[in-house]
Design a protein around this ligand. Structure first.
Ligand SMILES: [Zn+2]
Length: 200
């Protein structure tokens, strides 16, 4: 059977390039490895924030979870963790904010539990109501697509001043213990040697 092509737009990027559901699927596979449900949803969340954001404003982004949303933001805007325009503030909430990098006014988009209720397979996935093998991935995607923007709420927010300041690393010095360079305002020895290194 011939696969039907669906040209319905799913999300857009900061330049206004529109992605259909299928085009965004390919983009997710290339960037994220697989089309995770949270990333499908995240694309629409970025789209909602971009739509409400005044055109031409320089913005930074916050993701309130370390799962999926940071990649949706990195795929569709210029905000990345590497350029520090994306802050991952891991509160464990499925929410993102785009905000004016000068005055901190922003648009926060979040997955709204009350609005998710009519979508049983989205509930099964998000609240893990069924073990993963019993979840219906195809139905989940269909419900995400059908729900569109209906499962989110949007609020205007004012981002705290500490996210507006330019990050300054201060002076750099060599660690007397490991010999590698580090910001001197971290202490007399580097954070790695203070016990924060992720190696055993
Ligand atoms: Zn050190």
């Amino acid at each position: 059977m011939k696969k039907q092509t669906d040209h319905t737009p799913w999300c857009r990027d900061h330049k206004g390039t529109v992605y259909t559901f299928e085009e965004y699927f390919d983009f997710m596979k290339d960037f994220h490895g697989y089309p995770a449900p949270g990333l499908i949803i995240g694309g629409r969340m970025v789209d909602i924030a971009l739509e409400r954001f005044p055109k031409g404003t320089l913005f930074d982004a916050i993701s309130e979870t370390s799962y999926c949303l940071p990649d949706a933001i990195q795929m569709l805007t210029l905000c990345t963790t590497g350029n520090a325009w994306l802050n991952v503030v891991d509160l464990g909430r499925f929410a993102l904010t785009l905000y004016d990098k000068h005055d901190g006014t922003g648009i926060r988009v979040f997955l709204d539990p009350g609005k998710m209720k009519p979508w049983q397979e989205i509930m099964n996935w998000f609240y893990k109501l069924k073990p993963k093998p019993e979840q219906d991935n195809q139905l989940l995607r269909e419900q995400i697509k059908a729900a569109g923007s209906d499962i989110f709420s949007v609020r205007e927010v004012q981002v705290a001043p500490r996210y507006l300041e330019k990050r300054s690393k201060g002076k750099t010095t060599d660690c007397p213990q490991c010999g590698e360079a580090f910001p001197s305002n971290h202490g007399t020895i580097c954070r790695g040697c203070q016990g924060d290194a992720p190696y055993s």
